[in-house]
Design a protein around this ligand. Structure first.
Ligand code: PGA
Length: 252
């Protein structure tokens, strides 16, 4: 069965001391949750984050990585470097990477392959821009993003894939997709996996929603049958807000 997951994408926020203090705050609150909890600090803070969360339910993810194993790629970080400090999950395809760093579907496909070769879990982000939605093109855009980056995968690779639908117009804007809009797209994505890969994979792949998820809207969004959790930006920087979102799924 697919898991409920709440992942915090900290983006370029939190220095070392802020990272330590946010993690220690989260550690005091997170025990007993059945939801899988992930945090994605900046590269410089991944090592300490792994150390601090070692015996806890919190998993640490990177926000990006390069597709090459090593070499002359100034400023970049490889999958094996991440693995060597205990990071087993990476976010790929975030719209900020696509828009600001020109990561296209072909680059993302290579990154996905590199992550899989290193047995990493991937949170793969996709989603349409506002003009695509306004012109009714959002399903076609999402379909092509998923096909271009993921259609070459083998069935077993899907065990390492988490999907995150992140409509670009909802990210950091305070405008959230309505729960029905999220459900409609998540259902579309699951149906696509069913048709292209198989029903077993469709049933077992977690599809997260991201884009202005906040403590006051998480419960309604997560109540939708094809929404398995969230990728949270701004609200993950505050321990209480993040915990309220995690608690939007039932606690034991
Ligand atoms: P937001 O960011 O929650 O601040 O909208 C979500 C994301 O970028 O993953």
């Amino acid at each position: 069965m697919r898991k409920n997951i709440v992942a915090g994408n900290w983006k370029m926020n939190n220095d070392l001391s802020q990272t330590k203090s946010l993690i220690s705050d989260l550690l005091t609150k997170v025990s007993g949750t059945e939801t899988k909890v992930m945090i994605a600090p900046a590269f410089t803070n991944l090592h300490i984050a792994c150390e601090l969360t070692k015996q806890s339910p919190i998993e640490v993810a990177a926000q990006n990585m390069h597709f090459a194993e090593n070499g002359a790629y100034t400023g970049e970080v490889s999958a094996s470097m991440l693995k060597s400090i205990g990071v087993n999950t990476v976010i790929l395809g975030h719209s900020e990477r696509r828009a600001q760093f020109r990561e296209d579907d072909a680059i993302l496909a290579k990154k996905i392959d590199a992550a899989l070769q290193n047995d990493m879990t991937i949170i793969f982000c996709f989603g349409e821009e506002l003009e695509d939605r306004n012109s009714g093109n959002h399903f076609a855009i999402v379909k092509s993003q998923l096909k271009n980056a993921l259609s070459h995968l083998e069935t077993k690779d899907w065990e390492n894939i988490i999907l995150a639908y992140e409509p670009v117009w909802a990210i950091g804007t305070g405008v959230t997709a309505t729960p029905d809009q999220a459900q409609e797209m998540h259902y579309f994505v699951r149906k696509m996996i069913d048709e292209c890969v198989g029903g077993h994979v469709a049933d077992n792949t977690s599809v997260l929603y991201g884009g202005s998820v906040k403590p006051d809207n998480a419960k309604e969004i997560f109540s939708k049958s094809d929404v398995d959790g969230g990728l949270i930006g701004g609200a993950s920087l505050n321990a209480d807000d993040f915990m309220t979102i995690i608690d939007a799924f039932n606690r034991s």
